[in-house]
Design a protein around this ligand. Structure first.
Ligand SMILES: C[S@@+](CC[C@H](N)C(=O)[O-])C[C@H]1O[C@@H](n2cnc3c(N)ncnc32)[C@H](O)[C@@H]1O
Length: 339
């Protein structure tokens, strides 16, 4: 998934810097602003017990699958369909015009062209079927999250956007014309790990958890994830929210303290102070609303500080827009907390 602030392309840098600073000490790794879960996934693969968390429900669903699922999915309650044929069955569904069709297609909403008519009906039909199976007890929790995660990844591939859901394109782009295909996502199996996923505000969760390595990757600016990814949130919930405006954004979309210039430093310091973790790492780039000096000053109060850095290709939400700056510097701030 093309996600704002995704660490997909700098995973090796993050992993090697963390291993260098901690000297590979520690067993419990927490990714408290997990987003797509790429960092949490890497540390699960490496054998750490992982705690993952994010405020958004689509992220919770993705991480419930990638982080908590730790064995093959069996679909024992769907024996009538045939375990192997579950995806064939779901891919044939095209009979339900639901919330996505009625609000995010030209045909259903008369304005918003986020999906083709066919793909929107398919999203609605598959999402409805998953819910029916779950309510009837045909699928259990881990299968439920697995199937919704597969649907989120598949829907995102055929969305008619420049990349985020704050706007749709006037013309249906090539990838959005493709038929949505629900595919089984990989399952990360590491039997040596114990993993847990939360959906909470970071600064609340921090009071209830402990571990060895805390990785922080908060938003860098005022762009709200809840409105940038509002349709993924609705597909994940499978609900019928109040929406507004040209883009049909959920009225319950909200700003995190980490998006607010006046709150971010206070929230950040509180998180560091309360953290019951020996090592703390913060990913932040040189365009963030907290300055390098501000971060360093806060972190130095709580222990031994070091900084790693790397040039990184700039994220472009709109590929057609000219941007003058091609790269940013990605910092990984590292702290070994005083006892
Ligand atoms: C920069 S992104 C994380 C990207 C992630 N590391 C990845 O590679 O996909 C920041 C994430 O923080 C989440 N977030 C924002 N404020 C939060 C808060 N107060 N508590 C928990 N998560 C929050 C957002 O929903 C978003 O997914």
């Amino acid at each position: 998934m093309n996600y704002i602030g995704s660490k997909h392309s700098i995973l090796d840098f993050i992993e090697s810097s963390i291993l260098d600073f901690t000297k590979e000490e520690g067993k419990v790794f927490c990714d408290i602003f997990a987003g797509t879960g790429v960092v949490a996934k890497r540390f699960k693969q490496d054998g750490y017990d992982v705690i993952s968390n994010d405020l958004q429900y689509y992220s919770y669903v993705l991480n419930k699958h990638y982080i908590e699922n730790n064995k093959e999915i069996t679909f024992n309650g769907l024996k009538k369909i045939g375990i192997k044929d579950v995806f064939i069955y779901l891919n044939k569904l095209d009979n339900y015009q639901g919330f996505i069709y009625n609000n995010y297609t030209l045909e259903g909403s008369n304005e918003r062209q986020y999906f083709t008519e066919y793909n929107a009906i398919k999203i609605d039909s598959i999402r409805e079927q998953i819910e029916k199976w779950y309510k009837k007890g045909n699928i259990i929790d881990n299968e439920y999250y697995y199937l919704i995660a597969c649907l989120l990844e598949a829907a995102d591939k055929v969305a008619n956007t420049a990349s985020v859901y704050e706007a749709f394109l006037k013309k249906v782009k090539r990838s959005a014309q493709n038929e949505l295909i629900l595919k089984p996502l990989p399952i990360i199996i590491n039997k040596n790990t114990y993993n847990k996923v939360y959906i909470e505000d970071s600064n609340e969760l921090i009071k209830c958890i402990s571990g060895d390595i805390l990785y922080l990757d908060p938003p860098y600016n005022s762009r709200k994830y809840s409105s940038n990814y509002h349709i993924l949130e609705t597909i994940a919930y499978g609900d019928y929210p109040m929406i507004k405006g040209k883009t049909g954004v959920r009225t319950d979309s909200f700003k995190s303290d980490y998006n607010k210039v006046n709150n971010v430093a206070i929230a950040f310091e509180e998180l560091i102070k309360k953290a019951n973790f020996k090592y703390i790492f913060l990913s932040y780039n040189d365009e963030g609303i907290m300055s390098l000096e501000q971060i360093e000053k806060i972190m130095k109060k709580y222990g031994k500080y070091h900084r790693y850095e790397k040039n990184h290709k700039r994220y472009k939400a709109n590929k057609d827009k000219e941007v003058s700056k091609k790269t940013t510097i990605e910092y990984l701030h590292a702290l070994k907390k005083y006892d």
